[in-house]
Design a protein around this ligand. Structure first.
Ligand SMILES: [Ca+2]
Length: 327
C-alpha cells in the first residue's frame, strides 16, 4: 500500500534534453565546478547544449557533458555525526570516487520535459492521491488529486522553477535513467553537501545566520507557526539561497532529496568504506537534506549528517531529488 509517514513531518530534478540523450555528441554542456549560473530553465538549458563534435575527430558520436552540474573530485571524509540520532553515527571515514552532481534540485520544468518526452505517469498520478502537509491542522493528510503538477492539492499549481515534489523514489529513478544520470548514494550526497568543510554541522559551517537566510526552512515553533523570515513559507524556487562551498544550491532545506540507498539504521557500523552503496535490500529509501518543514524544535533535518527514510512509493509535498553521474 502506498504510504507516507508521519515521521516525515519535516521530512520528507535539471537536465537538458540534449545531454540526456546520452551517447550522442557535445561539449557545450560542460561547466566547471564552482561556476555560478542561473537556475535551469528549458530556455537556458537548450542554449547551453549545442552539440559539438568529439575531440578525436569522430564525426558520428556525441560526448554528453553535464550542464548545470558541479564536478566533485573524489576523496575521503568523515561521514555521520555522534551529535544526532543514534543511526546518524558512528562517525566513520568514507572514500568516494569523483562524480558530477546537479547544481539545483530537479525542477518542475525539467520534470515536465521528461513527462512530455516519455508520457510517464508518476505513482501519485496512478494512485490518484498523495501526501500533503496541512498547515492549518499541522498534520499530514492523504489528498486526492495531489501530484507533481498540483503538489499541495488539486487546486494548487506547481511553479516551473520550484523543485518537483510528489515524486516517489521510483519516479525519481525513472527520471534519472531518462536523463542519463542516477540518484546519488548517501555517501556521495553527504560528501557533496559538506562542501569541502570537515566536521561542520551545516553545509556552510556551524551556525545558522540570525536572519535565517541561508536555506529554506521552518522558522518559529513547528507546527504552530512558520514566520517565513527566510523569505518563503513553503517551497522556494531553486537557487534562492547561497550555494555551499562546492557551488551547490539548496543541498539542505527546501525539499528532502531521495538517495539511491536502502535505509538501515545500523549500516554505518558495518557498511563498506569505499563507495558505499547501502544495504542490499530494505523496505525504505534514504532521504537527505531536510525541507521547508524542518525547524529547530523538531527534526533539524537540514544538518548535513541528518538522515530520514520512507517507503519508495511515497509522495510528499516536501520531497524531491537531484541527480548525479559518474565523474
Ligand atoms: Ca522557509
Amino acid at each position: 500500500m502506498k504510504m507516507f509517514m508521519k515521521s516525515l513531518l519535516c521530512a520528507a530534478k535539471g537536465i537538458t534534453l540534449s545531454c540526456a540523450l546520452t551517447i550522442l555528441v557535445s561539449q557545450g554542456c560542460n561547466r566547471s565546478a564552482g561556476q555560478e549560473s542561473a537556475p535551469p530553465s528549458s530556455d537556458n538549458a537548450n542554449a547551453n547544449h549545442q552539440p559539438v563534435p568529439e575531440s578525436n575527430g569522430s564525426a558520428d558520436r556525441v560526448i554528453p557533458l553535464p550542464a548545470d552540474m558541479v564536478f566533485i573530485k573524489g576523496g575521503s571524509f568523515l561521514m555521520g555525526t555522534e551529535d544526532g540520532h543514534s543511526y546518524e553515527g558512528p562517525i566513520h571515514e568514507v572514500t568516494v570516487k569523483s562524480f558530477w552532481i546537479d547544481r539545483y534540485e530537479v525542477t518542475v520544468a525539467r520534470f515536465a520535459e521528461f513527462v512530455q518526452a516519455t508520457g510517464y505517469k508518476t505513482e501519485a498520478e496512478r494512485w490518484g492521491w498523495s501526501g500533503v502537509f496541512d498547515i492549518e491542522s499541522g498534520e499530514w493528510k492523504k489528498v486526492d488529486g495531489a501530484d507533481w503538477r498540483h503538489p499541495d492539492g488539486p487546486d494548487s499549481t506547481a511553479s516551473p522553477d520550484e523543485p518537483v515534489t510528489q515524486v516517489s523514489w521510483n519516479d525519481a529513478a525513472a527520471y534519472a535513467r531518462w536523463a542519463g544520470k542516477r540518484l546519488p548514494t548517501e555517501a556521495e550526497w553527504e560528501y557533496a553537501a559538506r562542501g569541502g568543510l570537515a566536521g561542520k554541522k551545516y553545509a556552510w559551517g556551524d551556525e545558522i545566520p540570525s536572519n535565517g537566510k541561508r536555506l529554506n526552512w521552518w522558522q518559529g515553533v513547528f507546527p504552530e507557526k512558520d514566520t517565513g523570515e527566510d523569505g518563503y513559507k513553503g517551497r522556494a524556487p531553486v537557487g534562492s539561497y547561497p550555494p555551499n562551498g562546492y557551488g551547490i544550491h539548496d543541498i539542505t532545506g527546501n525539499v528532502w532529496e531521495w538517495c539511491a540507498d536502502w535505509f538501515d539504521e545500523a549500516y554505518y557500523e558495518r557498511g563498506e568504506r569505499t563507495d558505499p552503496r547501502g544495504p542490499e535490500q530494505g523496505g525504505e529509501r534514504l532521504l537527505r537534506g531536510g525541507s521547508w518543514l524542518c525547524s529547530d524544535n523538531f527534526c533539524q533535518g537540514y544538518r548535513v549528517a541528518a538522515r530520514s527514510h520512507t517507503p519508495p512509493d511515497s509522495g510528499l509535498n516536501n520531497l524531491g531529488f537531484r541527480c548525479v553521474r559518474d565523474g
